[in-house]
Design a protein around this ligand. Structure first.
Ligand SMILES: [Zn+2]
Ligand SMILES: [Zn+2]
Length: 420
């Protein structure tokens, strides 16, 4: 039954047999958010495109090549959001959320968009989860944000992941480091990829992040940011590590983590899946103390992380983890005869009203056919009602797992099912 229309290139449908997995991951995320007292914020899926140009930065791949920009009927330029942090900070400033108590801990879930060449595991519409903690620069907050991510992955049952952390310094110490990098890369300039040659001018740290093999080989010998941290940043980074140790969260320091986005400073971290190949980052995050100011607010520290559900799903499948039970009805109602059918129509509504998930055959088929369907739906019980039972005000309840069945009074059925 192939139709004329196909899902847009780079997108996909989450079908009913898969959607329970997504619900599971989302529910666990919301649970952890509750435990850490983060509250949900929902922003539009499109924003004025300069929000991303100003924040994510014009030298980043996202803005240069991958933004899904469009013009509306009045000629305004919008972009489908490529990431979640800038819209959250935009909303934070616009609504003065800092003035209200406990508003600075926010989480979001939803689709993001990149006009990227689709490839395995990379989509034009993809789904992310993330948190933002805005208003504090205490290193404890850095450790708490990291522990949220750690708790989330652990609660899903994942074991094969590693936390890598780094400090990328502040405005004060990054200048010297950028100069050191420029000096280091200068002799290799012609061997770097064309993107990196541009990066070397505007944002040399991003060369360290390049996925091109030759760039990676050259970057191996580059000076380490950690040798350029000023006193403040060093103290800060040590404290973050100390808190993590106190929380018994193991980590490794990886000075090559720079984050792809321009507004990050100090703490940067990644959770890496140790099973997956090249595209192995489960969660990426860090501090972005300069972002609010770039979006026209006052200077305001912030830290957060984001991760993709697609990658998470792969990792969970790789480790054979459970996504809970797919949705099935508790009861499948089988009726035989016209009067039983009318009574059944009333009964099914009552069952549902009492919170019991119930399915009913809309076709008038034979009892055998209905029983087959009942088994196929994965229902725990079949209720069988014939005209004969109806006359005596009785109904048959059959346990579909072990085949046991008995007759009970119709008026007792809801209570009886609720006890099971
Ligand atoms: Zn610094
Ligand atoms: Zn490169």
């Amino acid at each position: 039954m192939a139709g004329k229309f196909k899902v847009p290139r780079g997108t996909y449908d989450i079908l009913p047999d898969e959607s329970y997995k997504w619900q599971f991951m989302t529910n666990v995320f919301r649970e952890v958010a509750g435990e850490f007292n983060y509250r949900e914020i929902v922003t539009p899926i499109f924003e004025k495109s300069d929000i991303f140009e100003r924040s994510v930065g014009e030298t980043s791949d996202i803005v240069e090549k991958e933004m899904y920009k469009f013009e509306d009927k009045k000629g305004r330029i919008f972009a489908l959001r490529p990431e979640g942090t800038a819209p959250v900070v935009r909303s934070f400033i616009e609504n003065g959320l800092l003035l209200k108590p406990n508003s600075a801990k926010l989480y979001y879930l939803g689709p993001m968009f990149r006009y990227d060449r689709p490839q395995k595991g990379r989509f034009r519409q993809f789904y992310q989860y993330g948190i933002e903690n805005i208003g504090s620069n205490d290193p404890y907050v850095d450790a708490e944000v990291i522990s949220f991510a750690y708790m989330f992955l652990s609660k899903l049952g994942l074991k094969n992941f590693q936390l890598q952390i780094n400090s990328i310094g502040c405005k004060n110490c990054t200048q010297d480091y950028d100069n050191a990098l420029k000096k280091y890369f200068a002799p290799y300039q012609n061997d770097l990829c064309s993107d990196c040659r541009k990066r070397l001018e505007k944002n040399p740290k991003r060369v360290l992040d390049c996925k091109v093999k030759t760039c990676q080989i050259i970057a191996k010998g580059a000076p380490s940011m950690l040798d350029y941290l000023d006193e403040d940043c060093t103290t800060n980074f040590n404290k973050v590590q100390q808190y993590l140790t106190e929380m018994r969260i193991s980590f490794v320091v990886n000075p090559k983590i720079v984050r792809g986005l321009d507004y990050y400073s100090q703490t940067a971290f990644e959770f890496i899946d140790t099973n997956l190949g090249a595209q192995n980052t489960l969660i990426g995050g860090g501090r972005y103390d300069g972002l609010a100011e770039q979006l026209g607010g006052r200077e305001l520290p912030g830290i957060g992380f984001a991760g993709g559900f697609e990658r998470l799903l792969l990792s969970m499948e790789e480790e054979n983890l459970s996504f809970g039970q797919p949705q099935t009805p508790k009861v499948y109602l089988v009726t035989v005869g016209n009067e039983a059918r009318s009574a059944g129509i009333k009964l099914i509504l009552e069952l549902r009203r009492s919170g019991i998930s119930a399915e009913f055959d809309s076709d008038k088929t034979s009892m055998n056919a209905q029983m087959k369907r009942a088994n196929k739906t994965g229902a725990a019980f079949a209720l069988i009602l014939g005209d004969d039972e109806l006359k005596r005000n009785m109904i048959i309840i059959k346990n579909l797992a072990n085949g046991e069945q008995k007759e009970i009074n119709i008026t007792d059925i809801i209570k009886s099912l609720k006890d099971k």
